[in-house]
Design a protein around this ligand. Sequence first.
Ligand code: G3I
Length: 302
Amino acid sequence: ESTLGAAAAQSDRYFGVAIASGRLGDSVYTNIANREFNSVTAENEMKIDATQPQRGQFNFTAGDRVYNWAVQNGKQVRGHTLAWHSQQPGWMQSLSGGELRQAMIDHINGVMTHYRGRIVEWDVVNEAFADGGSGARRDSNLQRTGNDWIEVAFRTARAADPAAKLCYNDYNVENWNAAKTQAMYAMVRDFKQRGVPIDCVGFQAHFNEGNPYNSNFRTTLESFAALGVDVSVTELDIQGASPTTYANVTNDCLAVARCVGITVWGVRDSDSWRSHHTPLLFNNDGSKKPAYDAVLNALNGG
Ligand code: G3I
């Protein structure tokens, strides 16, 4: 196959991209995105600050722009993200305790009801573990509402849209030996044992000097899959865009039956949140980088 999406579809996987609504008027951008990818994640437009800027007043204008572009072009959509310590609107940042807990529940219900039945998988909770070697939860206003906030979010999400797969998503959890990875693993195992509704785990896979790719990523994907969840690579970008590393990540996903797809976090380097890392698959002029060929070749079984 000659595009990433078609090549991934050969093994019933998707190959997705983060889309920014502000770039949908750029035809170089939309031509590549439409040609190459068959899954879309809104880079910012379905986050809490975008979808509920004032308490109780939901706004899906930008989220729907991304959603409609994706669906009109035949792509599935990943929802990102419902409960997160970052990109909270001001009104939520100032809440705590029971009020914040209820606001989280209301937010999940509001957004998931709007997109009910239309989103394949949702990142219900994002980035809840601390960096470094502690293996602890990240301190945040949500965490301070009680350690059970994550399972409450998942139970709320299941009821709001029973058709959606419910994911936990985090970064720097690709290396099997990292404390953060092990802490996330213990949580997912506990959720599965206790029947907390979780269907999938997203590995953001922002690889850089601080979080280098390690070949034990495949062990990580296999280990989580063995708990009975789907796994996916949700925000892939690699500092310097080494073709070898891109191929390795692709082959790691292909090696794990429950790795359902890969999403890269932007189209061209100039679209990246870390554009100075030149981490993506396309040059600023829209041409394909060597990393693109490496990924396509891997997806085609090379
Ligand atoms: O839209 C405003 C614009 O009106 C304003 O003029 C401008 C001035 O700074 O800011 C614009 O908002 C920016 C937004 O991106 C849209 O471009 C925010 O400042 C900026 O903080 C925001 O960054 C996003 C970041 O999440 C915020 O946490 C990145 O685009 C986005 O790629 C990044 O994505 C995250 C994932 O959601 C979770 N995992 C990590 C990943 C990378 O940080």
